[in-house]
Structure formats: structure tokens, C-alpha cells
Design a binder for this molecule. Structure first.
Ligand SMILES: *Cc1c(COP(=O)(O)O)cnc(C)c1O
Length: 219
């Protein structure tokens, strides 16, 4: 199946209002171009320099989303153009994004990445720490970032009960934090190739799909 057909197949399974982020990390610009020609405009990458390089050679109306762990010293590569940073997972990173966004006269949309999976390796805020930080006005000073919602990943397992538990937890986190933000806090980014139908059942507003569209990645 072509990339365009795969995108169409994924789209058919998504309810109206659920956004598709095509995760193009490790795939060449030609593959992204194919997806673009099939109408896809929103792409996810997890390495800042790779995103920057692709941004420079691909059409300007692509929306680039950072979905991988972001080091503070690499924010500068993407700050001029990134459309959303979904992996905001620390105060230090918030400060760095705010500073770089201000340099470019921008306000950058961000999602709060929350850790709910069983694996220790997955990044993200511990919910209780995040809750205390938000309620203490932790983000108030950062005028050049706009918090749009929550992002997370489920445990990597075949056990649907565990996956569903993780997605319900992310949905709960978003609900609990909603009163701290305005109506722009509207995004719940969860669901990848192997688990997105469950994420959608749990209220996902945005799925991030790589291998189902572009095939397996070669690292
Ligand atoms: C790689 C990645 C995805 C996409 O994973 P697939 O299994 O290829 O669909 C989604 N979200 C994040 C944060 C990722 O790093």
C-alpha cells in the first residue's frame, strides 16, 4: 500500500475531530513529501536537528510537532518554526522554550507530557509534582508559551487492560488540570500505531502514528 493509501486507511478509523500527527522520525524527506501530496500537513519528529533539516527543504505550510525528549540547549534549532512542543516535561525546559520563543517574537504551543506507563524509562512529569507546580503558578511567568493540553504514552504491553488504565489516567490528568488553564487547554495527545484505537475510546483528541503510515523505522 502507498503512504497515501495508508494515511487514508488510518483516517477512516478516526472519529471526526481526532487529529492525525504523522510521525516521520527517521524517515527521509521523500516519504514526508509523499504524505504531503496525499494531503497530510501535520508531522511529528523527535530530534531537533532532523526536524530543522526537513523543515528547510519541505513545504512551508507543514506543521511540525516535537514529540521526543527535548534538551534545553537544542530548543534553538526549532524555536523559529515549530508548531507545537508536545514533550514539555520540566520547568527548565519551559524556561528555555519561553526564552527562545521570545527571541523570535513567538508564542509556542506546548503539551505537558505526563508519565503514566510502568516503564521507568519513559519521560514526562510525575503527575503530583506537575499538579503542585501548575497550582503554584509555575507557568505564570512564561508569557511566550501556551499550554494546550496533555501528552503521554501507555505502557508497552499486549495487555489491553493496562493500556486502557494508562490512557484513562492521562484523560483524568487532563480533566484535573483543566481548571488551571483557559479554553485553549483542549488537546489530549495519546495513541500510537499499536494502541491508538484504545486511546481514541478513552478520549484522545490527537493520535501520533508512525509505523502504520511509513513502515518500520531503521535506526
Ligand atoms: C515514535 C513515536 C510515536 C509513533 O510510534 P509508532 O509506533 O511508529 O506509531 C508516537 N509518539 C511518540 C512520542 C514517539 O516517540
Amino acid at each position: 500500500m502507498s503512504i497515501g493509501n495508508k494515511i487514508a486507511a488510518v483516517r477512516r478509523t478516526l472519529p471526526a475531530g481526532v487529529e492525525l500527527v504523522a510521525v516521520s522520525k527517521y524517515h527521509p524527506a521523500e516519504a514526508i513529501r509523499e504524505a504531503y501530496d496525499a494531503g497530510q500537513r501535520v508531522f511529528g519528529e523527535n530530534r531537533p536537528q532532523e526536524m530543522k533539516a526537513k523543515h528547510e527543504i519541505l513545504p512551508r505550510d507543514i506543521e511540525w510537532r516535537m514529540i521526543g525528549h527535548l534538551q534545553t540547549n537544542k530548543v534553538k534549532y526549532i524555536a523559529p518554526f515549530v508548531s507545537m512542543i508536545e514533550s514539555l516535561d520540566s520547568e527548565r525546559l519551559a524556561a528555555a522554550i519561553d526564552k527562545e520563543a521570545a527571541k523570535h517574537g513567538r508564542t509556542i504551543d506546548c503539551l505537558l507530557e505526563i508519565h503514566v506507563a510502568d516503564e521507568d524509562t519513559k519521560s514526562g512529569w510525575d503527575y503530583d509534582e506537575l499538579d503542585a507546580f501548575v497550582r503554584g503558578g509555575g507557568f505564570d511567568a512564561y508569557r511566550n508559551i501556551r499550554i494546550r493540553g496533555v501528552m503521554g504514552m501507555a505502557t508497552n504491553t499486549d495487555d489491553e487492560t493496562v493500556i486502557r488504565r494508562d490512557f484513562m489516567r492521562l484523560a483524568d490528568c487532563k480533566r484535573s488540570l483543566a481548571d488551571c488553564f483557559g479554553p485553549e487547554f483542549d488537546t489530549l495527545s495519546m495513541g500510537m500505531s499499536d494502541d491508538y484505537p484504545i486511546a481514541v475510546e478513552c478520549g484522545s483528541t490527537e493520535v501520533r502514528i508512525g509505523s502504520d503510515i511509513f513502515g518500520a523505522r531503521e535506526y
